[in-house]
Write a protein that binds this ligand. Sequence first.
Ligand SMILES: [Fe+2]
Length: 448
Amino acid sequence: MKNLLKLLLLFFGLTLFACEKAPEEVTDVSTLRLVWNGDPTTTASIVWDGKTKTDPVIYFGEKDRGRKYKKYPYNQKPYRTLGYYDMNTQYIRLENLKPGKAYYFVIKDSEGVSERYWFRTAPDQAEAFTFVAGGDTKSSGDALEAGRSSNRIVADLRPLFVLFSGDITSGNGTDPENWKQWLTDWHTLTTTSDGRLIPVVMVQGNHEGGNMANLNIIFDTPFQQNDSSSVYYSWSLGGDLFHLIALNSQIEQGGKQKKWLENDLITHQTYTFKIAAYHKPIWPHTSRKRENEYLYKQWAFLFYKYGLDLSFDADSHMHKITYPLRPDSLAVDSLMGFIRDDQKGTMYIGEGSWGAHPRPADDDKPWTMASGSFNQFKWLQVYPQGENSEAHIKIYTVITADYDKEGKLHTYYEGIEPLNENNLFNVPAGLKVFQNEKGKDFVTYPYH
Ligand SMILES: [Fe+2]
């Protein structure tokens, strides 16, 4: 009897100990991603695979409380859970955040408390910021490693956000292992050394086409007309400094989407900078890809009419940047319906190769500023109007990897001096930059 009592006491003691101890365990949230889907000055989506764990809650606030979750003033539970691709995906939408602020958070679940992470909301007033734009990653081999190099350089640059123009995994976007690998890579490699999550803004590519709702499933992106396959949306930051339009080249580009685009461009016509992103380039700069005349007819004229400044595409797995262009199929010196217009034209920037194997750059046009065959993304520095300077954007082409004549991959993430929160604009030592014009590390828009 005495022994039984001892055993029972030991059992209850251990259970109590386990209950108290559990929150101190570090719960694994290695697919955690922060997404900008709506107004980035006040909202953020936080999405991750909760695996077999239960009762997830985010604890957050403006002060860094480390992993002491009870000390954070706010908490919130996921608003939905979905079971696609062998994941138990949790979706949290933070709203009513303050613009231009740092927020710290942990996630607590039945297994413990996560590491402490933090993120920034976008400013609602005109101030300088940087962002990264690119697209096209693959799920194996050298292309996977090249993409990882790009991811690591994102963490070094600490941009305000990353604009990713589609084609995320190999295949058609329904392979659970490919998704888990991409999400884990994204989380572990783009998160900064002090735990800052870099927001991603997602655009639909053809490799997500196995389920046209994939962007909503994986990134909680918004959609139009109550149809989860109509993923296109827009948001603004910095007051009227900057407006971003995420289009979808993988569904009907005319019709409802065209109408929506025109309406969105009209609504934001007075914004200083308006940019659009989509996956398929209108006229690819490699001969291995088909021309997209339909896209040209649906969107290029609207871009020009309403003063779109920059257009971002991907898909071809290479680098290109054009002079500012006006669509004009009738002008004698136009080619493929475009003519250079430095005053009012749209600059077309692309074409993928975040990780995917570079294709030959063998299809330049008279209005192409530069193209190249290497792994890359664009790093953009956006400056509002100053006392003695006009509003402008500096565009850097960052080479993240390339292949030598023997076909051997070389990556360029090592040896970069990482930026910090007080220095987000100086080109870091060791960053490999491509010169689009001889002797110039960056292209300035407006282009003079
Ligand atoms: Fe593609």
